[in-house]
Design a protein around this ligand. Sequence first.
Ligand SMILES: [Fe+2]
Length: 470
Amino acid sequence: MRDFEVTMQDVPATVATAFESIEGTVPADLAGTLYRNGPGAFSAGADAFHLLDAHAFVAAVTFDGGRASFRGRTLDTPLRASELKAGKQLQRRIFTNPKGKRHLFDVTLPNLAAHDIYVWGGTPVACDAPGHYVLDPETFAVRGPAPLEAVRPNKQATFCPMPRVDTATGRLVIYTVDPGIVRNDLVEFVEIDKAWNVVHRIKHRLPGKAILLHDLAVTATHYVVPEFAHLDVPAVLWGKKPIYACTGFPAGYKARIFVLPRTPGAPARHVELAPGEQVFHLFNAYDDAGAVVVDAIVYSSAVNFTAFAPPYQREGVGSEGAHPVRFRLDLATGAVTRTDGTVRVDSPDVNPAYHGRPYRFGYAAAKTSVGDEPEPEGYFWYHGCTKIDLETGRDETWDAGPRSFCSPAVFAPRVAATSEDDGYVLAWITDAETRRSALVIVDARAMAAGPVATLWLPHALPPVSHGLFV
Ligand SMILES: [Fe+2]
């Protein structure tokens, strides 16, 4: 087995219920729970899935008084149950069509809920664009769809795969996208209180059709959403190719990050990228003296996801690296200035208390060492993590080494923290030599010093899409 293939193995049949060994000391001033979501089971019978089409695996580490406990589960979604019973892939996925089947007019996306996770109303919620599932807080058994279906405008509409909590109001913010047929796409932003009541909603007509959105940031006055691709609807309906193979932009197209007002009256604005650039993820956004500041992760060219497909054969042209970019959008004129960073990163996080507020530090998985992965810029094959000062552009990076793969980084504030970066950076590593995974805890104010604690599991875990500390 090549090193990178250790990241594409099913979660083991028996998942650990505790860490096997701990190097260093778990900080006593780290209190709360780290959640992770991501791919977990890569096949149904003889049918193998693209890494981003795998069934979800959710895990959590709870810290209390210098102790850490682990639990995890492959989600028993309705699709997982039916595919286990059938012993084969039953539904078309974004990256994987079932073998030997034509999918004429098949646009029903399965809900794998494998992309991100949040905690709302006291329960974890696993989520992706087709829908969100509420989980049992202890066992992660799937309880059922999140109480959001009432805001889904129709069966074809999708949800925000990466909701945010607005720090200022304490509300959960999501969006739905109603794909346009005659008119342009309609996005509706929905703000939800702790009891799942809808307390604010506003619709915006997007400037186009078949626009695909991903991440979301919320300022005091605006929602910020990047368009990452357009869908070629006739090609999707024709059904020959997987859905993602039917996405892209026309040559020379400048993708946009939409900046849309939270209340009626103000004009919709956008930030325009350079031709060919692509954005999925945002660090954060905030209002600043008549402007909106947006920190995004920008790929210089379209991301190549084919390296994650079975049988792991790289196809096409490799992706160019992603780097942080700060955009400053003047709300009065629509003029934009941009400042490009240099570190190669993706899957960002910030101190959650600073969402939507002026802030300084971002944390992300970083390209450090290079291993034997076929796609060196591949999202799941980072080898370190970094802290970026978004005001100065300086970064401080920890390198896990060429044979250790590192997950997205999550920031956890220290108990009684006194400053924005007073806390820990948490990331999962998978060591190809021993085929084990570990959680690393790095002091956010001493990144280069490396982990203060490394908590080893007796087995490897599949990669992480996104995580959360609460
Ligand atoms: Fe994402």
